[in-house]
Design a protein around this ligand. Structure first.
Ligand code: SAJ
Length: 430
């Protein structure tokens, strides 16, 4: 069995490695020269626990090869990104909405055309708007002269893994495989069952696309309501964290955590794929996106209420990634908050143990925590990295004001009080 995986990013690389360590010959293909260089030299370009070791094993055993072009194989998996377009918006009733950039999916699909042979299976893994497999991928594949459904088999199978836990979740999570016909879905099941231990559920391609989008949209909408609760609690002078804890004692209530906003390449992007394809019937999904996207403004407003309008105050911002213990800053609300604070005229120093350099913030980024907090009027915790949660405030010196704003509710308040700090949480009236 030989497969070709197009796209060696956060999903393609772990998936390629998994297949390669489960008896399949894998050709991993990417177009990015830096990525190829790194991988061909034996090291991975993403931070993911455990991946480096099994990647090296797969390369060493010659089960995984890295290339810049596809080759003939039994199956092809497309795992390229589907970000949104940054300069092309749709509009519905005077409001702009974001649109998916399908160009990587299109060029990846076109790149396999010369290598397709009768009996091949093609799987799209990239998160995509509903009907992409049928309306976009199928016609491209048919340009090969092969008939999709009889000569070629086609399915959509979304990844559903959590960054930071990818290797375990790839194996253990339930996997949905949506075929354009039942034979395609069954061939998909035969392929993924080589390493998937979770339940494999077969359905049609459009249902599988919807399942993926519904999961992330469900989460986005639920985080939006938690964020709105944080604003209400702030207004009414109560602690949102205590209120949520008590509300969640109800057997049918499970409110998520408010925070500085929603980031990452999934939850903050995918709901737009539904709004884009059906703007007239998705007001709730759209509003949730707007609420989460405006949460950074709420944080900036809170900062101003704590230290006043900018006139030379210094802020030590801790954390830039979109969530804890990863190095990913895509769509990160922390980055957005820092950007707004700098624009407004505050003086910032930044530190993130996972981010050693970041375009446009180079002058602000510090190499260690100690230098970051010197002269600070406010410590602003934007990400709940383990390193910050376990921080001993007694080890830090040189503040101008001992104030800390925790947007993640992750600090041990007792320790910080003992060290003489005023601790403020997002969603806890000041
Ligand atoms: N967040 C909150 N409050 C919460 C939970 C999360 O503000 O209660 C924020 C996080 O801080 C982060 C963002 O939401 O900025 C998203 O983080 P996440 O950990 O919820 O999810 P992702 O984006 O890392 O991964 C999601 C997962 N989807 C679901 O949990 C439904 C994962 O299973 C998917 O595979 C992934 O998206 C994807 O690739 O689509």
């Amino acid at each position: 069995m030989k497969i070709c995986i197009i796209g060696l990013g956060y999903i393609g690389l772990p998936t390629a490695t998994m297949f390669a360590t489960h008896g399949v010959d894998v050709v991993g293909v990417d177009v990015n020269k830096n990525v190829l260089n790194k991988l061909q030299n034996g090291s991975i370009h993403i931070e993911e626990p455990g991946l480096q070791e099994i990647f090296q094993l797969a390369i060493h055993n010659k089960k995984l090869t890295i290339s810049n072009t596809p080759e003939k194989a039994d199956a092809f998996i497309i795992a390229v990104p589907t970000p949104f377009l940054h300069d092309d918006y749709g509009e519905y009733q005077g409001k702009k909405y974001k649109k998916a950039d399908m160009s990587y999916v299109v060029s990846a699909t076109e790149s396999i055309l010369p290598f397709l042979e009768p009996g091949n299976l093609v799987i799209l893994e990239s998160t995509s708007p509903p009907r992409t497999t049928i309306d976009l991928i199928k016609p491209i594949l048919e340009r090969s002269g092969l008939k999709v459904g009889t000569d070629l088999f086609l399915a959509y199978s979304p990844e559903r893994v959590l960054p930071g836990k990818i290797l375990t979740e790839l194996k253990e999570n339930a996997r949905v495989i949506g075929g354009i016909n039942s034979e395609s879905a069954e061939k998909g099941r035969d392929l993924y069952s080589r390493f998937v231990k979770g339940e494999i559920v077969l359905t049609d391609a459009t249902t599988a696309e919807m399942v993926k989008l519904m999961e992330n949209t469900y989460r986005d909408v639920n985080i939006a309501i938690a964020n709105e609760f944080s604003r209400l609690s702030d207004r009414f002078g109560i602690d949102v964290w205590e209120a949520i804890k008590i509300a969640n004692l109800h057997p049918r209530v499970n409110i998520l955590n408010p925070g500085p906003g929603v980031g990452g390449h999934c939850i903050s992007v995918d709901p737009w794929f539904l709004v884009e394809t059906a703007p007239d019937i998705t007001p709730l999904i759209r509003t949730a996106r707007d609420v989460n996207d405006s949460q950074p403004d709420f944080v900036v407003d809170l900062v101003k209420r704590i230290i006043g309008e900018p006139k030379g105050q210094r802020i030590a911002a801790l954390g830039l990634t979109y969530k804890p213990d990863v190095d990913d800053v895509r769509e990160s609300p922390a980055v957005e908050i820092v950007k707004i604070l700098i624009e407004r005229g505050f003086t910032l120093r930044l530190f993130d143990p996972y981010v050693k350099s970041l375009k446009s913030f180079e002058d602000y980024l510090m190499g260690n925590l100690e230098d970051t907090v010197i002269g600070a009027d406010l410590i602003l915790v934007l990400v709940d990295h383990s390193e910050f949660k376990s921080l001993d405030p007694g080890s830090l010196i040189g503040f101008r004001n001992k104030k800390i704003l925790d947007t993640r509710h992750c600090l041990d308040i007792r320790k910080w009080h003992q060290a003489g700090f005023e601790v403020i949480f997002l969603g806890n009236s000041i």
